[in-house]
Design a protein around this ligand. Structure first.
Ligand code: PLP
Length: 442
């Protein structure tokens, strides 16, 4: 029946072909091959951060202030991965056949329920880097048209664009949106952006929250600048606004389809607590129309190749989802992470992370041997707190704190800073202990 459900969803109704005989062995409507192992242990109460912490197998030997790097799987996600893994190990062909035509849509639907936008406009990826690589490789540009990016972007944006430039001779230029992170100013950012856009600019690429400084860019205000410029441009000269949103996603209570950008690209294995090796790209329908596929999709588009349906019947997000077999037990468990965030409440999540971040920044700001680089304002920062300790290289700071039982990181940029990332798995007491160790470095 799966194929009929799938074709119905595409609006093709009855008369569709039936499943191959092997799929008659499919693992039941729920796809749960292991009914002894329920999907999760029941909803968590909003704001119960202690109960949330207990869902993670993270060692308690350390205070964890760098979990955003790569998620530890919370219990509902780990349980879902185990269920899928067991079913694959028992009967890979049947399990895959029982789900492959509908599961991408179901995952995109759970992503849209969390992040906003339509599921049809969401592509599934393995990471932020994969999403950035796909978008920046696939964008259609004519000769002489350029991509503008910022000097604050992560390696993954920089190199996706550099590789694109090398392959196709596309022009890429950079703009600095601020000189001093601590003093970043919305009007100044917008003026710098406006001044940097040239008649030949067709794409503006940036990063929502900078993992180099902790600055959160005012994406909505920047989108207003671009929208105003687009109003006086012809259809074929419109500027596309693309955002690496991986930091901020899983923190901010934001419908990304209302943020003002055309593409929002993020991994879901950082702040979202999704399975390692997962990510999403949301794009406006009009933005996807300006992109070419880079890696062929294995879902509905395969039917087009088989001659069963037409390309226009395939949702654009599915068409843009890179195909081939993946570590499906991870990808298919992603809805559990979105579900957990929705149970916690997006507003509670935002409030809690900013509360712990503010406690951290206020504590650091009182220390005379510390130079704080992240802005104090919650409107201009999110999740990450970057700073320097007088007379100590950031790597030495990280090493010293590790020896005291605190895991932090230093920013992986040419100019590196020490970095705390207070998150939902931390508490006020842990932040005070980390601050005390930083104070002791004076
Ligand atoms: C701003 C930013 N973008 C992209 C990445 C890469 O993310 P992923 O591991 O999901 O590819 C990172 C860090 O890992 C980052 O800090």
């Amino acid at each position: 029946m799966l194929r009929r459900q799938f074709l119905n969803r595409l609006g093709l109704g009855m008369g569709a072909a039936f499943l191959p005989a092997s799929q008659a062995l499919a693992l039941g409507a729920s796809g749960n091959s292991n009914p002894q192992n329920p999907a999760n242990a029941g909803p968590i109460s909003q704001g119960d951060w202690k109960a949330l912490r207990d869902l993670f197998p993270l060692t308690r030997d350390y205070i964890q202030l760098a979990t955003f790097l790569l998620a530890s799987h919370p219990k509902p996600v780990a349980d879902a991965i185990n269920r899928h893994r067991q079913a694959f190990d028992e009967n890979p062909a049947d399990y895959w056949h029982s789900k492959y035509l509908t599961i991408d849509h179901d995952i995109a639907k759970s992503a849209a329920d969390y992040m906003g936008g339509e599921p049809q406009c969401i592509a599934l990826t393995d990471s932020t880097t994969m999403g950035l690589g796909l978008v920046y490789s696939g964008l259609k540009l004519n000769s002489g048209e350029e991509i503008l990016q910022t000097t604050h972007d992560h390696y993954s944006t920089d190199m996706s664009l550099a590789h694109r430039a090398k392959r196709t001779s596309a022009k890429v230029r950079q703009v600095a949106l601020y000189e001093n992170a601590w003093q970043v100013d919305v009007d100044d950012v917008c003026q710098r952006l406006k001044a940097a856009i040239k008649p030949e600019t067709r794409v503006f690429a940036c990063t929502w929250v900078h993992s180099s400084t902790g600055v959160k860019l005012p994406i909505r205000a920047m989108a207003d600048v671009i929208e105003e410029m687009n109003r006086t441009r012809n259809d074929n000269e419109q500027i596309l606004f693309c955002v690496d949103g991986v930091h901020g996603f899983g923190i901010e209570d934001q419908d990304v389809s209302k943020l003002g950008c055309d593409f929002f690209i993020a991994g879901t294995h950082k702040w979202i607590f999704g399975p390692r090796g997962t990510g999403v790209i949301w794009g406006k329908e009009t933005a996807w129309q300006r992109s070419e596929v880079v890696i062929p999709s294995f879902s509905a588009s395969y039917e087009v190749w088989l001659g069963t349906i037409e390309q226009k019947q395939v949702p654009i997000g599915e068409h843009m989802t890179p195909g081939g077999f993946h570590s499906f037990e991870h990808r298919w468990a992603l809805p559990e992470a979105f579900k957990l965030h929705r149970q916690l409440g997006k507003d509670n999540v935002q409030q809690r992370i900013h509360q712990l971040n503010t406690q951290t920044k206020q504590g650091l700001a009182k220390m005379s041997h510390i130079k704080l680089h992240t802005p104090m304002a919650t409107q201009l920062s999110s999740g990450l707190v970057c700073f320097e300790v007088d007379g100590m290289h950031p790597e030495e700071v990280v090493k010293t704190l590790h020896s005291k039982g605190i895991i932090m990181s230093n920013t992986p940029y040419r100019k590196t800073y020490a970095r705390f990332a207070p998150s939902l798995i931390n508490n006020e007491n842990e932040i005070e202990q980390a601050l005390a160790q930083i104070k002791a470095l004076a």
